[in-house]
Design a binder for this molecule. Structure first.
Ligand code: ADP
Ligand code: MG
Length: 725
C-alpha cells in the first residue's frame, strides 16, 4: 500500500504551494521589453555600416541571396551585440522532422598562445554549420556513413538571444539539409513554398494592375491551446510524464458540463505564469497578444499577432518551448498533447492564414462589398479549388497519433476537410455561379437595446467553430492542426496547393484575356463559375459535428480519413508528388522520407503508450485492485467468524475486474510482440490492434478506479488533476 502515499503527498504539496515571483512589472512592462533580445532590423541599422545594412535588408525584404562578402561584417556586429548582452555561446537552431527544436551550442571563446582568450565569430560560421546529422531521422535519405548535414542561416528570421539562469546564447535560425541538398527539416520547405506562392500570386496581381513586384508573403497567426497541471500530480503519473496524456483515468464527477471555465477569471498562479511567459516571448520579439481560459478545466490559450509564415513558424516553436519551460517555475507542467484527458476537450492549434504584400496589404480582405472585389474573389476561388482537390493532403499534414484523438471524435473539426465561407461569401459565390454577382449581404448593426450603449457594427459572416477550414473575415483558419504540431507542415501544404491553384487560375485568365484588360471581368466570372461548379462541394456552412454531415460528405465524395495510417500515404500520391516537385517545394525522395518519418513517429508514440499502459496496469492498478479485494475478503472472513453472512457483491465484482485486467494486459503484450517489416503495415497494426487493446485495458482499469477504496488508489484522479490548483 505504498502507492497512495505519492498521491496524498502530491495533494498535500499542492495545498501548501505558494509561488514566488521577482518580476518588477511596474518598472519594466513586457511591452517595453519587446524585441530586446533580437538582432532586429533597427539594431542592425545601428550596428552595421550603411551599405552592408542595405544588402541585408534587401535580402530580408525580397528574399534574394545574401552576398557572402557581407557575412563577415554581419557576424562581427552580431557577435559584439551578443557579447554586450551577456552571451558567451552561439547556436545554429534548426527544426528536424521530429517536430522539436534542435540546437548545438559553441562558445565564442578562442584561446591565444599567450594564455589569454578572445571572442571569435566569423561570417562562415554564421552562414553555415555542420551538426552531426546522423542522430536525426532522415527517412532513408542518407546512409549513416553519409551523416553530414548542414545548417544554413535563414536571413529572413532574425537571430536572438536565449537567456538561461546562468548565461545566454546567441541563436541563429537555420535550414537543415543533407550534404546532397535534401531537406531534413521543417524550415527549408516553408521557404521554398513561400517563394512559389509569391511567384504565382504576382501573376494575378499583374493582371489586376499591380506590377510593383512587392513580395507576396504568406502570413500566419497560430493560436495555441494547452493544459496546465500541477507538477506533483504529473510526477505521480507515469503516463503524463512519458507520453503527455493520461492513459487511464475515470471521468471526473464534475467535468466541463457547466461551461464555467471558458473565458472565466484566470487563477492567480496561472496568470502569474502567463505574465512571465509573455515577458520572455516579448523579449524574443514574439508579439503575444491574447490569453484566456479555454473550454476544458485547466485548459488555456495564447495567441500572437500574425507574422510572415516563416517567422511565425520559428516563433511558434519558441512559444511551445517557453510555455513548457516557464511552467516548471510555477510548479506546473504544460501539456501540449492534443488529448491529455479523455472525455474532456482536447487542444488544437488554429492556424490563421492569409497572404499579402506591401502595396495592398492583406489580399484576402474582402472589403465591404466583396462582389465588387474581383481580385479577392479570384484568390478565394483558387483556395476553394485547392482545398477541394487536395483535401487528403490537408488531412495528412495534421495526422499524428495525438491528433487522431481529436479529428476522429466529434469535438474538434471532423476528419472531413471542408470550407466554411459564411453567409456573405457563399451568397456572392452562389450569385456568380448562377450568372452575375450584383450585391453583397451587409453585416448591418446590432442594436443592444440600451440607450447608453452604442450600436455595434455586425460582421457580415458569423463564426463556425466546427469547420476545419473556416473563412474568418479576412483570412482562413485551419482549425484541424494539433496543439503539439509544428505549423510548418500545414503552412507548406497550403502554400503549395494554393500556388498550384493560383497558377491554374492565372493561366486561365491570361489565356482568356490575351492581355486585353477589358476582357478581364468576364474571364474572372467564367473561371469562378467553373471552379464553383467543379469544386463547390467542398463548401459547408453547417454543423460539422453531426452524423448527418458524415453522410452528406460521403455523398459529396469528400474524403473522410479517420486515422494517421489512413492519411499519411497520400504524401506520396502521384498528384501530390507532381505539384510539390513542380513548385520546387519537395522532391519525391523528400516526400517519401517525410512519410516514412511521420509513420515511424506514430509507431514510436503508440509503442511507448502501450508499454507505459502495461507497466501501470501491472504495477500500480492491479496491486490496488488486489489490495481492495483483500480488504473485502478479510472483511467477509471476519463477518463469517462472527456468524454473520457475507454476500458482498463488490468482492465478486473486483475479483472479476482484476482477472479481466490481467487478461487485457496479456492481450496488449501479445499484440505488442508482433512486428511488421513495412512501416505502413506496422503503423496499421498499431492503429487496428494496439490502440484497441490499450483502450480495452483502460476500460477495465477505469472501472477498477471507480470502486477501489480511495486511500488505496495510487494515481491522482481526473478530479484532482483538473480542478486542484
Ligand atoms: P479567435 O480565437 O476568435 O479565432 P484570436 O484573436 O485568438 O481569434 O486569434 C486570431 C489570430 O488570427 C491571431 O493570431 C491574429 O493575429 C491572426 N490573424 C489576423 N489576421 C491575419 C492575417 N491576415 N493572416 C494571418 N493571421 C491573421
Ligand atoms: Mg481562432
Amino acid at each position: 500500500m505504498s502507492g497512495n502515499t505519492v498521491r496524498t503527498e502530491a495533494i498535500r504539496a499542492i495545498n501548501d504551494y505558494t509561488f514566488e515571483t521577482t518580476i518588477d512589472f511596474k518598472n519594466s512592462s513586457s511591452i517595453d521589453l519587446f524585441g530586446d533580445n533580437v538582432f532586429s532590423i533597427s539594431i542592425m541599422k545601428k550596428r552595421l555600416p550603411k551599405e552592408i545594412f542595405k544588402k541585408v535588408n534587401k535580402t530580408m525584404e525580397e528574399g534574394t541571396r545574401l552576398d557572402a562578402s557581407v557575412a563577415d561584417v554581419v557576424a562581427s556586429a552580431m557577435k559584439d551585440w551578443a557579447l554586450d548582452n551577456g552571451a558567451t555561446h552561439y547556436a545554429h537552431v534548426f527544426f528536424p522532422l521530429t517536430g522539436l527544436t534542435a540546437e548545438k551550442h559553441d562558445s565564442f571563446l578562442m584561446p591565444d598562445l599567450a594564455g589569454n582568450a578572445m571572442a571569435e565569430f566569423s561570417g562562415s560560421t554564421l552562414i553555415q554549420g555542420e551538426p552531426d546529422a546522423s542522430s536525426f531521422p532522415n527517412g532513408g535519405l542518407r546512409e549513416t556513413f553519409e551523416a553530414r548535414g548542414y545548417t544554413a542561416w535563414d536571413v529572413t528570421s532574425p537571430a536572438y538571444i536565449m537567456e538561461n539562469p546562468n548565461g545566454a546564447t546567441l541563436c541563429i535560425p537555420t535550414a537543415f539539409v543533407s550534404w546532397t541538398g535534401e531537406a531534413l527539416d521543417k524550415k527549408t520547405p516553408i521557404l521554398r513554398s513561400m517563394q512559389a506562392l509569391n511567384i504565382q500570386a504576382q501573376r494575378i496581381l499583374k493582371l489586376f494592375g499591380d506590377d510593383s513586384g512587392k513580395m507576396v508573403n504568406a502570413t500566419c497567426g497560430a493560436e495555441q491551446e494547452y493544459f496546465l497541471i500541477d507538477r506533483n500530480f504529473v510526477s505521480a503519473r507515469p503516463d503524463l510524464l512519458a507520453t503527455g496524456r493520461s492513459l487511464f483515468g475515470a471521468p471526473a464527477p464534475k467535468g466541463q458540463e457547466f461551461d464555467d471555465h471558458y473565458f472565466g477569471a484566470i487563477p492567480d498562479r496561472v496568470l502569474a505564469y502567463m505574465c512571465e511567459v509573455e515577458r520572455e516571448l516579448c523579449k524574443l520579439g514574439i508579439p503575444v497578444k491574447t490569453r484566456h481560459n479555454e473550454v476544458a478545466p485547466s485548459q488555456f490559450e495564447l495567441a500572437p499577432v500574425f507574422e510572415t509564415a516563416n517567422l511565425a513558424t520559428d516563433h511558434q516553436q519558441l512559444v511551445m518551448v517557453t510555455l513548457r519551460k516557464i511552467a516548471k517555475k510555477y510548479g506546473m507542467s504544460c501539456l501540449l498533447h492534443e488529448k491529455p484527458f479523455s472525455g474532456i476537450n482536447g487542444s488544437g492549434k488554429h492556424v490563421n492564414y492569409s497572404f499579402g504584400n506591401a502595396t495592398q496589404g492583406n489580399l484576402l480582405d474582402p472589403g465591404e462589398t466583396p462582389h465588387e472585389n474581383a481580385q479577392f474573389l479570384v484568390f478565394t476561388a483558387a483556395i476553394i479549388r485547392a482545398v477541394h482537390k487536395h483535401a487528403k493532403l490537408l488531412r495528412a499534414v495534421v495526422a499524428t497519433a495525438g491528433n487522431d484523438h481529436r479529428l476522429g471524435a466529434n469535438e474538434a473539426p471532423p476528419a472531413i476537410i471542408s470550407i466554411f465561407l459564411g453567409d456573405q461569401l457563399s451568397d456572392v459565390f452562389g450569385q456568380i455561379q448562377n450568372g452575375d454577382a450584383t450585391s453583397s449581404k451587409g453585416g448591418g448593426t446590432l442594436n443592444i437595446g440600451v440607450d447608453s450603449l452604442p450600436n455595434l457594427p455586425k460582421d457580415a459572416g458569423d463564426r463556425n467553430r466546427t469547420s476545419p477550414f473556416a473563412f474568418t473575415g479576412n483570412r482562413f483558419e485551419f482549425r484541424a492542426v494539433g496543439s503539439a504540431q509544428s505549423v510548418s507542415g500545414p503552412l507548406v501544404a497550403m502554400n503549395t496547393i494554393f500556388s498550384e491553384s493560383i497558377d491554374y487560375v492565372a493561366t486561365e485568365l491570361e489565356k482568356r484575356t490575351g492581355g486585353d484588360g477589358a476582357k478581364l471581368n468576364d474571364a474572372v466570372k467564367e473561371v469562378i463559375k467553373e471552379i464553383m461548379d467543379a469544386h463547390g462541394d467542398v463548401i459547408f456552412n453547417g454543423d460539422g459535428y453531426t452524423d448527418a454531415w458524415q453522410e452528406e460528405a460521403a455523398r459529396r465524395g469528400l474524403p473522410n480519413l479517420k486515422t494517421t495510417p489512413d492519411s499519411l500515404p497520400c504524401l506520396v500520391d502521384d498528384d501530390i508528388v507532381e505539384i510539390f516537385s513542380k513548385y520546387g517545394v519537395l522532391s519525391r525522395k523528400e516526400l517519401e522520407s517525410r512519410m516514412e518519418i511521420y509513420l515511424e513517429q506514430y509507431i514510436l508514440k503508440i509503442a511507448v503508450e502501450a508499454r507505459i499502459s502495461i507497466k501501470m496496469a501491472d504495477t500500480q492498478i492491479y496491486p490496488a485492485a488486489v489490495a481492495h479485494q483483500t480488504m473485502l475478503a478479510d472483511n467477509c472472513l471476519k463477518l463469517r467468524e462472527l456468524g454473520l453472512t457475507c454476500d458482498d457483491e463488490s468482492l465478486t465484482h473486483i475479483t472479476e475486474l482484476s482477472s479481466k485486467l490481467r487478461e487485457a494486459s496479456k492481450h496488449l503484450k501479445a499484440v505488442m510482440a508482433h512486428k511488421s517489416e513495412e512501416t505502413l503495415a506496422e503503423a496499421t497494426h498499431c492503429c487496428e490492434e494496439i490502440i484497441p487493446a490499450m483502450e480495452a485495458l483502460r476500460t477495465v482499469a477505469d472501472s477498477i478506479e471507480e470502486m477501489v477504496a480511495d486511500d488505496l488508489w495510487p494515481l491522482p484522479t481526473y478530479q484532482e488533476m483538473l480542478f486542484m490548483k
